[in-house]
Design a protein around this ligand. Sequence first.
Ligand SMILES: Cc1cc2nc3c(=O)[nH]c(=O)nc-3n(C[C@H](O)[C@H](O)[C@H](O)COP(=O)(O)OP(=O)(O)OC[C@H]3O[C@@H](n4cnc5c(N)ncnc54)[C@H](O)[C@@H]3O)c2cc1C
Length: 405
Amino acid sequence: MNKKKVVVIGGGAGGFFAAINLAESNPEVAVTILEKSGHVLGKVKVSGGGRCNVTHACFVPKDLVKFYPRGNKELLGPFHQFMTGDTMEWFEKRGLQLKIEDDNRVFPTSNSSQSIIDCFLGETKRLGIAVKKNCGATEITKTPEKWVVKTSFEILEVDAVIVASGSSKLIWGILEKLGHRIVEPIPSLFTFNTKDTRLRDLSGLVASSAEVKINGTKLKERGPLLVTHWGMSGPAILKLSSVGARILHEKQYKFSISVDWCFEYDEDEVRETFTGMKESHPKQQLQKTRLFQLPKRLWFSFLNYCQIPVDKNWADISKKEVNKLIETLKRGQFSVNGKSTNKEEFVTSGGIDLKDINFKTFESKLHSKLFIVGECLNIDALTGGFNFQAAWTGGYLAGKSIEFD
Ligand SMILES: Cc1cc2nc3c(=O)[nH]c(=O)nc-3n(C[C@H](O)[C@H](O)[C@H](O)COP(=O)(O)OP(=O)(O)OC[C@H]3O[C@@H](n4cnc5c(N)ncnc54)[C@H](O)[C@@H]3O)c2cc1C
C-alpha cells in the first residue's frame, strides 16, 4: 500500500511541532517539511535574545488567553487540549530541561535556543521526517484526490498540507486564492520613538511603576517603562504596542501619550508627600530626596524640566512649582513619532481570518486536509513566551488530528 504523504510548508516553530507530532502519532505517514530559506528554525534561534522563551508559566486556559489581543476567544478550546504545562512536559520528556524565571517566562535551563533546535532536529531524524531546505512552496492547488504543492524544484502530490509559513505574503496570497479571508498584516510588539528632552541621556533607565495612556483612545497599560536611545520600551510600552497594534497603525505611529511615572501613588498622595517634605525636611535639598521609587536621574530631569534648581530646599518650593511637578509626574505629555523594532521579540498581527479555521483541529473550514498554524493566522500575543505557545498548540492539534481512512 502506498504511504500517505503530508507536506508541512515552513520549517519554523509551528512547522516542526506539527511535523513531529504527526509523524509520532501516525508512523505510516510520510512527512516532509519544506523550508524556503537555507536554514530551519531561524526565529527560534534568535528568540528571547538567543535563549528562546519557550512558553509562560500560566497554567489556566482562561487566564492564558488574556495575553492574546488577537485569538483570545479562539484559543480557549485549543488550550484545553494542549497548554503551557503540556509544552513543558513535551520538551522534558524528550530530555530538554526547562526553568521558570521570576517573571514566569520559561526558558531552557541551558539558556540557549540551540537546545530547542537540537531537540527538534533529533526528533525529525528519529521519526524519519524529510527536511528540505531552500525549497519554498510557490503554489498550492487541489485536484479531486490530492493536494499539489509546487516548489522551484518539484511538484509534490500529497494527501494533506499543513501551512506553517509564519508571516509570508506569498503564502497569504496563495491561501487567499483558495478562498480564505486575510486580515491586513501589521507589526506588533514595537517600541515608541520620541525625541523628548526629558529623556535625553537617560537610556537604560527603568521607571518601575509607569502607566502609559494613548491620548484620545481607551488604551492604557501599566508596568515598567524602559528609556531607550530612541524613546520608550519595556513591558508597559510593548503591551500597548500589542493591544493597540491596529489603532497605532491607523495613526501611522504618530500620536501623543500621557505618562504617569508613579501610578501607585494617586495625585493627593503625591501632593501630601511634597507638603510633608516641606514640613518635615525643610532644609533638605530636592536633589537629596528620593520619592516614589523614581530613578535619581529621572527625578533630576523632571526638576530641570520644571525649571526648579536641584539644590533648592523643600522649604523654598512654591505652590506653582509643586503643581508643575505633579503635572510632570502624573500626566507627562510626550509626542511619539514612529516606532522601532523590539529586538527581543516581535510578531505580525493579522493573517488568515480566524473565522476560516476550525479550532478543534486547525483545519481550514474551506478545504479538507488543509491545516494552518502559527503566525500565518491572525493570532498574536504579548511578549513572554505566548507567541510560541500559540504555534506549539496549533502545531500539536493539527499534527495529532490528521487521519486517513
Ligand atoms: C527576534 C524575535 C524573537 C522572538 N522571541 C520569541 C520568544 O522568545 N518567545 C515567543 O513566544 N515568541 C518569540 N518570537 C515570536 C515567534 O518567533 C513566532 O511567533 C513564531 O516563530 C511563529 O512560528 P511560525 O512557525 O508560525 O513561524 P516562523 O517561526 O516564522 O516559521 C515560518 C517558516 O516558514 C518559512 N517559509 C515562509 N514562506 C515559505 C514558503 N513559501 N515555503 C517554505 N517555507 C516558507 C520561513 O522561512 C520560516 O522558516 C520572536 C520573534 C522574533 C522575530
